[in-house]
Design a binder for this molecule. Structure first.
Ligand code: LLP
Length: 432
């Protein structure tokens, strides 16, 4: 036991799910399950989520808030892991939910979220989506455009609580594709150009919309907390006594590799609560946050099987696995870095430099460039940790690849919560 801890960094790693270890067979074990056995039972590629890790993160958010205030609401930003079992876990943990489309709304409702705990987002909500939300009795709609304010008001015959999405003019230090707080953004109403103030007026002049809150989300995979304080200050310039809810977004970054050291959930909550208290002294609104990645990212990992080894002498060795950009687009889209581990020799020294490639017909289909792993062999189970957020969510059928299943593990038991797609699924919607 001692020696396994020393030989392999899994157990002390912030990248792997809580409770991960290397077992007596030298295999990676998560949620009490040997991942080599999981691969044999469920096939690869497969997404595996440690349920207790997801619940622990939800509780970390709840505990951090509860120690500081009794007026808060934590929303699961469901775009990070939009499948029924994830919605259920967070509904059971008492969280509310952020849905970004009619489809996510549908999944949240079907998973049992009470409509009053649902917040509907989107920079281009269709009439059909708005109508679905209104008919379902969704608690809050976050208005994103003048046109939406008018369309929503026109379809209502009763009051509807809304928030206004504000782009506070703050640039967070993250990949430009996931920055959302700057003036030049497709989301929300700018503060600097006065459109946010105008949106407040329009909502207040509407027949049925009740402005209860403001919202700002400045981006995702953020490590530096100071921009949140500036975003809260910016919202403070717009808020008056009628603003009862302040949704300060999600965005907390996670560790994808050992080099990443994001702030803790507690520090993140502390900065947001303290910021709101300072800016809104005497009239502190309910504080809402909507984390996605930090609830599910480290809970999940992907299992692959090594199928081909290609050594180009003096250049590099490619290790090709049975998935790729169809199950994890993040390396290709954002240049995101991941770790890789040969799970069936998890204690072997990671002394071989390889590039983990997918099976798609694109040269960009590299899951991990220059990964250090134990010398790989055909048939090895290769794991990439920290794929629980935006992996499944952004999966595709590129190259006719069926999407992987989602397996939940807990206390040594494994259950399929999303089944693997079949080749027949690929033609199920085709009209002959
Ligand atoms: N709230 C709003 C309005 C959002 O747009 C998002 C994420 C969140 C909350 C949750 O943010 P989180 O806590 O997960 O950072 N596909 C990208 C991430 C896009 C994030 C989109 N919005 C990725 O894989 O990095």
């Amino acid at each position: 036991m001692e020696t396994t801890t020393k030989a392999n960094p899994v157990e002390s790693s912030a990248v792997y799910p809580l409770g991960s270890r290397v077992n007596e067979r030298g295999h990676l074990e998560v949620g009490g399950c040997d991942v080599v056995e999981l691969a044999a039972e469920f096939g690869t590629p497969a997404y595996v989520y440690v349920e207790d890790d997801m619940r622990a993160r939800a509780r970390a958010y709840k505990d951090a808030f509860a120690a500081r205030t009794d007026d808060y609401e934590i929303l699961f930003a469901s775009k990070a892991a939009p499948f029924t079992a994830a919605y259920r876990v967070f509904a059971e943990e008492g969280l509310s939910v952020d849905v970004a489309s009619g489809g996510e709304l549908h999944m949240a409702l079907r998973a049992g979220f009470p409509p009053e705990r649902i917040y509907l987002h989107g920079n281009n909500k269709t009439d059909a989506e708005l109508r679905y939300a209104v008919e379902a009795g969704v608690g809050h709609i976050i208005c994103d455009s003048f046109d939406e304010i008018r369309r929503l008001d026109a379809m209502l015959d009763r009051p509807q609580d809304v928030l206004i999405r504000v782009t506070p003019g703050i640039k967070a230090d993250t990949h430009s594709y996931i920055q959302t707080g700057q003036l030049d953004s497709k989301f929300g109403f700018g503060l600097e150009d006065g459109l946010a103030a105008k949106a407040v007026e329009e909502v207040r002049a509407s027949r049925h919309l009740r402005l209860v809150g403001l919202h700002a989300h400045i981006g995702s995979q953020i490590f530096e907390l100071e921009p949140y304080v500036r975003a809260i200050e910016a919202l403070g310039t717009l808020a008056d006594a009628e603003i009862r809810l302040l949704n300060v977004g999600g965005g907390l970054g996670i560790a994808y590799t050992a080099e990443d050291s994001p702030p803790s959930i507690e520090t993140y909550v502390d900065v947001k609560v303290a910021g709101v208290r300072r800016v809104f002294e005497g009239r502190v609104p309910r504080i809402l946050i909507e984390p996605g990645r930090s609830l599910v990212g480290n809970a999940g990992l992907t299992l692959y099987t090594v199928g081909t080894l290609k050594e180009i002498p003096g250049v590099r060795t490619y290790v090709a696995v049975d998935g790729g950009m169809s199950d994890n687009l993040r390396p290709m889209l954002y240049g995101a870095r991941y770790e890789a581990l040969i799970a069936n020799r998890a204690n072997a020294p990671a002394d071989t430099l390889v590039t983990v490639a997918g099976m798609h017909c694109e040269s960009s289909d590299m899951i991990v460039r220059d990964a250090r792993v134990a010398a790989p062999r055909l048939g090895d189970v290769l794991v990439t940790p920290a794929t629980g957020a935006y992996g499944y969510a952004m999966a595709s059928n590129y190259n006719g690849v069926p999407r992987p299943p989602v397996i939940f593990v807990k206390d040594g038991d494994a259950r399929v919560v999303v089944r693997r797609e079949t080749w027949d699924d690929l033609v199920a919607r085709d009209v002959e």
